[in-house]
Design a protein around this ligand. Sequence first.
Ligand code: ADP
Ligand code: MG
Length: 297
Amino acid sequence: MPVLEINAISKSYGKIRALENVSFNIPKGSVFGLLGPNGSGKTTLLSIVLDVLQANSGGYKWFGESPTYLHRKKIGSLLETPNLYHYLTAVQNLRITQTISGRGNEGDIHAVLEKVNLHERKNSRFSTYSLGMKQRLAIAAALLGDPAVLVLDEPTNGLDPVGIAEIRGLIKELATKGHTVIMASHLLDEVEKVCDHVAILKRGQLIACGAVEEVLSAEDCLLLSAADQLLLTEKMGRYPGLVRMNATAEGLECYFAKGASSAEKVNQYCFEQGMVLSQIWAKKKRLEEKFFELTSK
Ligand code: ADP
Ligand code: MG
């Protein structure tokens, strides 16, 4: 059963259509990336499933059921930068968050500080923390009450490279401790590094969704070269299972339906056609290329 089912959600702000008929599921235990350029509807979608904003149509289910107050307690979120007081320590800040949210107990404060690796600095003032530590404390606040799911909107925004590395490491660690993490990001590099599943949004529409590995390699690509590049193009044009070709300075990129071909088969085919390949290279398509391809159509 998915942790979250999103079913045909649409949302407009006046004339702006922020989300159009978006549906996908988020599997339990995943680190799920909601990827899209700025303005693609990520925050809007997260706000809707967190019940901060109302959709115009469509719905969602948490843990297979219509959302209730009880479900809400199983979800920790970081939509906006929370109010953390500069002159208070980590423990004092978390006590305040706890009182306001009613999540967890005193023992929980220590548990979440351990989880985000801030326990040793628990009695230091917030103002003495690095950017990464501040964000880790914000995540600790979202972890109060030990929620099954953690929803993070652009969790590394505004951090320096060290802070970014800290937060990415922490997210992966939280997943190993059993939390499902749902995070929005406009950085495909981040999603590729941190997430195992991804949904790509473009101008409010879902354009791809699935395991990062699948979305990343929906097609196989071989890069081929031969002395007579024109003849190669002609011969490969008749190759069964070829989806499309693209002539580049590096050689001829040939795209095949997933699993429809292999370097060996293509090599054999070319040989039978009387051609000797000077290069054959299986190209792994990076999510980046896929992302630009998908979002530039
Ligand atoms: P993202 O988080 O992917 O950057 P958003 O969900 O914030 O995208 O925004 C999606 C679209 O909705 C954008 O065109 C944005 O300008 C618009 N939008 C977001 N919030 C509001 C609002 N409160 N009022 C009007 N338009 C909004
Ligand atoms: Mg946003």
